[in-house]
Design a binder for this molecule. Structure first.
Ligand SMILES: Nc1nc2c(ncn2[C@@H]2O[C@H](COP(=O)(O)OP(=O)(O)OP(=O)(O)O)[C@@H](O)[C@H]2O)c(=O)[nH]1
Length: 435
């Protein structure tokens, strides 16, 4: 169940309960007020009847001796031109005929009947549960209303019985109830509509917050909840926006520094495996990586050839043209070696003016061809651009004896290099038996 639905339900139930309680109280109060006003009206009439009865005959005793109260009020009502339907002289009728009120009051039952007593609370009319002369109960004395004749207390009247409504009163009460029902239904409808509107409005930032949090969980850390509310939810949204911004910023900074560290680590790693002057791999990296290539070639029985090369008379280059020129030559030779070999060939500076190449998946014959081309490239390079008298060549020794370990393969290649040097330099030497 979503928060929006819960909010709407809570608002609806609260309103429903409030409306039911308020409507109930209003109806109860109205009905009580209505009953009270009927009773007051009945009492006034009864009081008027009693006063007229007593005043007509001079006293209560003479009046009762002359004419029963019930007959008097019927006559009195006729005299006044009223029907005694609301006349409260039921007490009188009960005195005469307790179960025959219709005969006295017509087709309409009066809503109240009254017990009449003297100032000492002794009953003057026989109205159940009292006979004439009976003492009124304590409860009835509490509810008794005084009747004054010529400013003197004549006695008390106590309303008795349950409210019996006339058809007119019932119609009136029903109309009132219907009006209240219409009010309640209208209020409920309004509560429903307002509940939907307010439920939506109140829960909007929370829904936005839930979506934003989900997006953050998916890695989109920079989230923004657009609200201009100033209440607690507005404050929550503002704090969330700030937190999301801070989190995204620090995450980005962390990522940037992580990337920087990674780049530095990569750079450091590169530095550790590269020769500073020529930028070729260094001897340590060559030994490590070429061992792997050798092991792989041995395992899959692929051809694998190593070349050991040395620049001829390099000491003379240094001596005749300067150490700096020697460095330039080393760099240029390295570049030629690197440029004219495949990416899969491992080219390295092995030390001083010595270079090595590991040709993976390359037979001796293929490697000899490659190295001859390399040798020719080095020889043919326009060295005079560095110095007019400069000439550079390279001697190379090759070995493809896979059954030896890498160290021994290199040693043998070095022996062929030595041979090349002694055979006049600027040449490629290898074991011709295997060729
Ligand atoms: N400029 C320069 N010279 C270097 C570097 N490393 C080694 N050398 C020099 O290279 C020379 C190598 O000379 P040798 O080993 O005698 O051999 P060579 O003169 O090339 O003679 P052969 O190999 O017999 O042809 C030495 O003089 C070293 O000082 C370097 O990084 N830069």
């Amino acid at each position: 169940m979503t928060l929006r639905f819960k909010l709407m339900l809570a608002l609806l139930l609260t309103n429903l309960l409030s409306i039911a309680v308020v409507g109930g109280i209003a109806y109860y109060k109205l009905a009580a007020k209505f009953s009270e006003s009927l009773m007051q009206e009945a009492f006034t009439r009864f009081e008027q009847d009693v006063i007229a009865y007593v005043q007509t005959y001079g006293s209560w005793v003479r009046a009762t001796e002359s004419e029963p109260f019930s007959l008097f009020i019927e006559r009195y009502a006729a005299f006044l031109g009223k029907t005694p339907q609301h006349n409260m002289g039921l007490g009188a009728s009960l005195q005469q005929a307790p179960n025959n009120t219709h005969s006295v009051y017509g087709s309409h039952l009066p809503p109240f009947r009254f017990v009449l007593s003297d100032p000492y609370h002794l009953a003057l009319l026989a109205v159940p549960p009292y006979d004439v002369g009976d003492q009124l109960s304590h409860e009835d004395i509490q509810r008794a209303r005084p009747i004054y004749i010529n400013g003197q207390l004549f006695g008390y009247a106590v309303p008795k019985g349950v409210l019996t409504l006339s058809q007119q009163d019932k119609t009136y009460l029903n109309a009132m109830r219907e009006a209240l029902m219409v009010g309640v239904v209208t209020a409920l409808f309004l509560a429903l509509v307002l509940g939907v509107i307010f439920g939506n409005r109140v829960s909007l930032p929370l829904r936005q917050l839930a979506h934003a949090l989900r997006a953050m969980g998916e890695g989109k850390l920079r989230q923004y909840i657009n609200t201009r509310r100033q209440d607690e939810l507005g404050l929550l949204a503002q704090n969330f926006n700030r937190m999301s911004e801070d989190l995204a910023t620090s995450h980005e900074a962390l990522q940037a520094s992580h990337a920087k560290i990674q780049a530095q680590a990569k750079q450091l790693k590169e530095l550790s495996i590269r020769d500073g002057l020529t930028q070729l791999y260094n001897r340590r990296h060559f030994d490590e990586y070429a061992s792997r290539l050798h092991a792989e070639a041995l395992r899959y029985q692929h051809p694998f050839t190593v070349m050991m090369g040395d620049i001829d008379f390099f000491k003379r280059i240094n001596d005749n043209f300067s150490h700096a020129t020697g460095d330039l030559v080393l760099k240029q030779v390295a570049q030629l070696l690197q440029t004219h070999t495949r990416n899969s060939d491992l080219v390295a500076r092995y030390g001083g003016e010595e270079f090595v190449i590991a040709f993976s998946q390359t037979s001796l014959a293929q490697a000899v061809g490659l190295c001859e081309r390399l040798r020719a490239q080095i020889e043919a390079y326009p060295w005079h651009t560095i110095h007019p008298d400069l000439k550079v060549t390279m001697s190379m020794g090759l070995n493809d004896r896979l059954e030896d370990n890498l160290e021994n393969m290199l040693k043998l290649a070095d022996q062929y290099l030595y041979e090349a040097k002694h055979q006049g330099r600027n040449q490629v030497r290898y074991a011709t038996v295997n060729f």
